[in-house]
Design a protein around this ligand. Structure first.
Ligand SMILES: [Zn+2]
Length: 71
């Protein structure tokens, strides 16, 4: 089962990758199609340093996200 509602809200309040909501940390990065995505400063840097641009938030998470155990 998918938790679509949680996924959808996750990108709006904080970093799309790690979920931090510290406003001083937050910045934007862009997906390949130009969509602005809220990320924290360190994940903005991580995305810029990666060789390709993510095409979706999910891909962004896979590319630069830390692997966290869920549950
Ligand atoms: Zn982050």
């Amino acid at each position: 089962m998918r938790m679509g509602n949680r996924e959808r809200r996750a990108g709006e309040g904080g970093c799309a990758v790690c979920g931090t909501t510290d406003a001083r940390m937050l910045a934007f990065t862009r997906l390949e199609d130009g969509t602005r995505v809220v990320v924290c400063g360190s994940h903005k840097t991580a995305h810029r340093r990666s060789e390709k641009m993510a095409r979706s938030i999910d891909e962004l998470r896979v590319m630069i996200g830390e692997r966290r155990k869920t549950g």
